[in-house]
Ligand binder design. Structure first.
Ligand code: SF4
Length: 165
């Protein structure tokens, strides 16, 4: 039986969703992702497109994201992606509901944690510091818009958010 969502959590999801619809916040979040892309491009890590990093339990990997990013992504899903989310056996799914044939079907909307992660051993030295820098920028975005800040496991967050949004 699905667990009901705590009313205060439901309010937080709605607040993040409303904020995600603010064109100024949208612009700032996209700029943050663009700046991150530039940082990554400078370092040129290799992605072998194995898809392993999106199979969390099999790969022994956990993805953490902010509630605001999840609300922003969900608000921009096309119909097939939304159906994929609604039909996914979350939160116990091994992988991500948006992985299709080994590829990310929401590439332009994926959160910070997905954008920064590379299994390339050469990326290990810079990944964490760059991640922390951009996570701090995300935190400040929450402060600027007076939003609650929550750092959540991806599948749990998607499961909770889809019940509220
Ligand atoms: S959103 Fe995309 S990159 Fe991130 S875990 Fe899901 S399939 Fe992988």
């Amino acid at each position: 039986m699905p667990h009901p969502v705590d009313p205060s959590a439901a309010d937080a999801w709605l607040a993040w969703r409303d904020a995600a619809r603010d064109p100024h916040l949208d612009q700032q979040l996209r700029a943050l992702y663009d700046d991150l892309a530039a940082e990554i491009e400078r370092r040129a890590p290799t992605c072998w497109i194995s898809g392993r990093c999106c199979k969390f339990d099999t790969y022994g990997h956990r993805l953490y994201i902010t509630g605001l990013e999840v609300a922003w992504l969900i608000d921009r899903l096309d119909e097939p992606s939304r159906a994929r989310l609604d039909d996914a056996p979350l939160p116990g799914l091994d992988g991500c509901p948006f992985q299709v044939d080994g590829l990310c079907s929401v590439h332009a909307l994926r959160p910070l944690g997905c954008r920064i992660y590379f299994c390339d051993p050469a990326a290990q030295a810079w990944q964490n510091p760059v991640y922390e820098t951009f996570l701090d920028r995300l935190r400040k975005l929450h402060e600027q818009y007076e939003l609650d800040y929550s750092y959540l496991e991806w599948r749990l967050a998607l499961d909770e958010a889809r019940k509220c949004l």
